[in-house]
Design a protein around this ligand. Structure first.
Ligand SMILES: C[S@@+](CC[C@H](N)C(=O)[O-])C[C@H]1O[C@@H](n2cnc3c(N)ncnc32)[C@H](O)[C@@H]1O
Length: 207
């Protein structure tokens, strides 16, 4: 892992989790997505680019017991583990670049909040989709949130690619069928509003 991991490790080493634009006190939309898709605690979930979010704590509180958090930045996962305290050992932590990850197992749910939109090169998105196909079970659910078309053009000093649901559907294509989409006005810790595009896809069959 090269400059991307250096960038993200630097971010999490120099800031507390509450001081990044993507911080949420509660992962509200992720939980809404699980509810809308009828997904309960018996499902296995991988959160790619999970950072130091509060999603693992919220999932454990809901009774999820098969939780994997992957991030390119070891420092992000250090912060996430510290936040979780004693429950840290109930989560599988993976340091990896999602575009180069070889998952050793499969999952019912793939969750991505604000990671795919950093993949501005076609080869990166192709590699992400390849990993997704390896990791997500047929019948599984992809939950993804990116900046919307009227969202910010950059995040954490990096350019992003913005999406609407049709663009995301075109990116993933068959065997992913869109099952729902919605918008979020995310309020950053310093009060600005960022428009997010959320989509849920069902994987209908093996690739
Ligand atoms: C904007 S943050 C979002 C963090 C988290 N999903 C949340 O909602 O709080 C993007 C995260 O993706 C991670 N990331 C960026 N590129 C990645 C990659 N290629 N593979 C895995 N993680 C990546 C970063 O380290 C960072 O934690």
């Amino acid at each position: 892992m090269g400059t991307e991991s250096e960038h993200w490790n630097g971010v999490y080493r120099s800031k507390v989790p509450e001081d990044v634009s993507w911080h949420q006190s509660e992962p509200a939309m992720s939980l809404v997505a699980l509810d809308r898709m009828g997904l309960g605690a018996d499902a296995s979930i991988v959160d790619v680019g999970g950072g130091a979010s509060r999603l693992p704590a919220a999932l454990l509180a809901r009774g999820f017991r098969d939780i994997t958090i992957l991030d390119i930045a070891a420092s992000a996962l250090d912060a996430a583990r510290e936040r979780l305290g004693e429950a840290r050992d109930e989560v599988d932590w993976q340091v990896a670049d999602v575009t180069a990850w070889n998952p050793a197992r499969t999952f019912d749910i793939w969750h991505d909040r604000a990671v795919f939109h950093f993949l501005t090169e076609q080869w990166q998105r192709d590699a992400y989709r390849k990993t997704l196909l390896q990791a997500l079970k047929p019948g599984g659910t992809l939950i993804i949130a990116t900046f919307a078309l009227d969202g910010p053009e950059r995040c954490s000093g990096l350019p992003v690619r913005r999406y609407d649901p049709e663009m995301l559907a075109a990116e993933f294509g068959p065997p992913f069928e869109i099952a729902g989409d919605w918008q979020e006005d995310h309020v950053t810790p310093w009060g600005s509003v960022q428009h997010f595009c959320w989509c849920a896809f069902r994987r209908t069959e093996a690739a």
